[in-house]
Design a protein around this ligand. Structure first.
Ligand code: ADP
Ligand code: MG
Length: 273
C-alpha cells in the first residue's frame, strides 16, 4: 500500500557533508527505509568503503561481494548487483565493500572518471525506475563523492548542531557550485536536516536557529534527536524504524521522509543554491 506521494520522476539525492560522524549514513538509511515503508521503490547506493549503510540495511558486504566497486571500476550493472533489503519491500541496496577504498586512486586514470556512477544509473533506469535514490558518501570530497555529485540532482546535507557546524558546509557549497558549473547543472541543495539534536544544550538551540536562518527554505521542520535507539539499531542490521518504530528517533525520521516526499521537486527559478 502506497501512503506517500510518488514523484513524477526518480529523485536522486546525494547525502553529503565532508565531516564524518554528522549522521550522513544514519540519515540515508532511515529516510530511504521510511519512503520504502510508505510504498515507494528506493535504491540506496553505498559509496563509502566502510559500508555502514549496507550494514544498517541488513546487507552482507564482506570482501568478495560485488557492488559499488565493480560498478565504478568495471562497468558492472547496478540492476544485477543491487540486493533487496530486509528492512522494507521495495528497498534495494548497492553494497560497498572495503575494495572501494582503492577506487579513489584506481579511478584516477579511468576515462570519464567522475561520471561512472551517472552512466551506471542511466543504464539502471532502462531496467527499473525507482522513486528515490540515496547515495551515501564517504567523509571526504574525493572522486567517490564527486561521482555522487555528478549523478545526483538533489543534495541533502545533514548538520549536527555543534560548534563550527556551518564552517564545513561553506566548503561543501563551494564544491557543489564548482560541480554545478562544470559537470552537473541539475544539482541543487534541496534539503538540510538537523541531526543528533540535544535540546538540553543552549548550543544546539543556537546552532539550529543559525542553520534555519541560513537555509530557511531548505531546512526540514523535522529535527532528529540524539537517541540511543538510533545508534543501537545498526548493530542489529536494522534501522531504528524497524528496530524501535515508536521511539522519538524513528518518529523524527518518518516525519523527515514525509516532508521530503510532500515537498517534491523545487522548480528551476525557485532554486536558491
Ligand atoms: P556519518 O555517516 O556522517 O559518518 P553516521 O550516520 O555514521 O555519520 O553517525 C555517526 C555515529 O553517530 C554513528 O555511530 C551513529 O550510530 C550515531 N548517530 C547518528 N545519528 C544519531 C542520533 N540521532 N542519535 C544518536 N546517535 C546517532
Ligand atoms: Mg557514513
Amino acid at each position: 500500500e502506497t501512503t506517500l506521494p510518488r514523484p513524477a520522476q526518480t529523485r536522486t539525492f546525494v547525502i553529503a557533508n565532508q565531516k564524518g560522524g554528522v549522521g550522513k549514513t544514519t540519515t540515508a538509511v532511515n529516510i530511504a527505509t521510511a519512503l520504502a515503508l510508505g510504498g515507494l521503490e528506493v535504491l540506496v547506493v553505498d559509496l563509502d568503503p566502510q559500508g555502514n549503510a549496507s550494514t544498517a540495511l541488513g546487507i552482507d558486504h564482506h570482501e568478495g561481494i560485488q557492488g559499488t566497486y565493480e560498478v565504478l571500476t568495471a562497468g558492472a550493472s547496478i540492476a544485477e548487483l543491487a540486493q533487496a533489503s530486509p528492512e522494507a519491500e521495495g528497498l534495494w541496496v548497492l553494497p560497498a565493500t572495503i575494495d572501494l577504498a582503492g577506487a579513489e586512486i584506481g579511478l584516477v586514470s579511468t576515462p570519464a572518471r567522475e561520471s561512472r556512477l551517472l552512466h551506471a544509473l542511466r543504464d539502471y533506469f532502462l531496467v527499473r525506475k525507482p522513486d528515490y535514490i540515496f547515495i551515501d558518501c564517504p567523509p571526504s570530497l574525493g572522486l567517490l563523492t564527486l561521482n555522487a555529485l555528478v549523478a545526483a540532482s538533489e543534495i541533502l546535507i545533514p548538520i549536527q548542531c555543534e560548534y563550527y557546524a556551518l564552517e564545513g558546509v561553506t566548503q561543501l557549497l563551494r564544491t557543489i557550485n564548482l560541480v554545478k558549473g562544470s559537470m552537473n547543472d541539475q544539482l541543487y541543495l534541496s534539503t538540510v536536516l538537523l541531526t543528533m539534536f540535544d535540546g538540553r544544550t543552549r548550543l544546539a538551540t543556537q546552532v539550529s536557529a543559525e542553520v534555519r536562518k541560513h537555509f530557511a527554505e531548505q531546512t526540514l521542520e523535522a529535527v532528529i534527536p540524539r537517541s540511543v535507539r538510533v545508534s543501537e539499531a545498526p548493530s542489529y542490521g536494522q534501522t531504528v524504524l524497524t528496530y524501535h518504530p515508536a521511539s522519538a528517533g524513528a518518529q523524527a525520521y518518518f516525519h523527515a521522509a514525509t516532508e521530503i516526499a510532500n515537498r517534491g521537486v523545487v522548480a528551476g527559478e525557485e532554486r536558491s543554491a
